[in-house]
Design a protein around this ligand. Structure first.
Ligand code: F6P
Length: 358
């Protein structure tokens, strides 16, 4: 048995632990392991893979990023190309990817990635590739998976940052707005906003009004506190608005951003308070994974190998009720998990008096 490990999409803390566990579990079974360098696109280069042996995965559990490199322009069904007239476009090179993997003698692929990568994995599976998916994303938005690898670390980083911003908010009696990642799901904003005691938490699942935000700011002041902390998910929208988008490139998802700046301007215009915005950005994905993320990643990685051993292909490894299990890839592809509005975390936020913008 020869397996290839691919880390697709953006990086997330815990990827290296998953690579290590999958590699060690495979080597233990006498299999050969290669890692695709910078995603499927590497298969079109002269250095398509690295050999993964015990030495290659030594001491990486605690390292952030991915030793294999990541690429969010590595969708084999939409590979970027420059057309003859110089314009940029995409083309489907999935058949070539499959034949290159066959040429390398790869029997199965462990595809570690987010919703986009699971969608790709499912499409490759439909074309005959044997695939097992491992859910990675700080956004925690993968369908039917209670917690993805990377989420816990991102929440801790965001929480720590918001804690620090509290003291400067208080010193200057300001409204501070912290924009966190999460794409179209509010998991990071909700969890870090609650952990770091924000007054207002805006998430994509609950479109907000400026009236509600301003009212809460005024209420906080009326009750005697001079600073206000807002945590806004990058994907949150006004009730009658669309996502705040920074840009979009061919073959890539749109890049969200701009909400914090919008809020800063609106608050300065409609209250007598000073407002400042902070966009946490990629630090949420960087650095050492938390203990929980390391453990989840190790469990996911080794379960992926057990799935291959069982011949249980075209599945994604998930965590459900703290147990690791497998679900069909096609059940996941094209769907994503948002914050349930009737869940206990939202109810807790409301009990605590948080303003959720509605
Ligand atoms: O999906 C992970 C994520 O970090 C999102 O939270 C964010 O919107 C996006 O990736 C940023 O992508 P990039 O690194 O391509 O700017």
């Amino acid at each position: 048995m020869k397996i290839a490990i691919n880390t697709g999409g953006g990086d997330a803390p815990g990827l290296n632990a998953a690579i290590r566990a999958a590699t060690k579990a495979a080597l233990k079974r006498g299999w050969e392991v290669i890692g695709l360098k910078n995603g499927y696109g590497s298969l079109f280069t002269d250095k398509p893979f690295v050999q993964l042996d015990h030495d290659a995965v030594q001491g990486i559990t605690m390292l952030g990023g991915t030793i294999l490199g990541a690429a969010n322009r590595g969708n084999p069904f939409e590979m970027p190309v420059t057309n003859e007239d110089g314009t940029r476009g995409t083309e489907d090179r999935s058949d070539e990817v499959i034949s290159k993997l066959k040429e390398l003698g790869v029997d199965a692929v462990v595809a570690i990635g987010g919703d986009g990568s699971m969608h790709i994995a499912n499409k490759l599976a439909q074309k005959g590739m044997k695939v097992v998916g491992v859910p990675k994303t700080i956004d925690n938005d993968i369908w039917d998976c209670d917690m993805t690898l990377g989420f816990d670390t991102a929440c801790s980083i965001a929480t720590d940052a918001i804690d620090r911003i509290h003291t400067t908010a208080e010193s200057h009696q300001r409204v501070m707005i912290v924009e966190v990642m999460g794409r179209y799901a509010g998991w990071i904003a909700l969890h870090s906003g609650m952990a770091a005691t924000a007054d207002i938490i805006l998430i994509p699942e609950i479109p907000f009004t400026m009236e509600s935000v301003i009212k809460k700011i005024n209420d906080v002041h009326r009750h005697g506190r001079e600073y206000v902390m807002i945590v806004a998910a990058e994907g949150a929208t006004l009730k009658e608005g669309d996502h705040f988008v920074k840009g979009k490139q061919e073959g890539q998802a749109e890049r969200l951003g701009g909400l914090a700046q919008f809020l800063e301007k609106e608050i300065m215009e409609h209250t007598d308070k000073e407002a400042r915005s902070v966009v946490l950005g990629h630090q949420q994905r960087g650095g050492r994974p938390s203990a929980l993320d390391r453990l989840i990643s190790l469990r996911f990685g080794s379960e992926a190998v057990r799935a291959i051993e069982d011949g249980d292909f075209n599945k994604m490894i998930v965590m459900q009720k703290n147990e690791i299990t497998r679900i069909p890839l096609e059940q996941v592809a094209g769907r994503f998990k948002t914050v349930p509005l009737d869940g206990d975390t939202i109810r807790t936020a409301r009990d605590l008096g948080k303003c959720l913008g509605d």
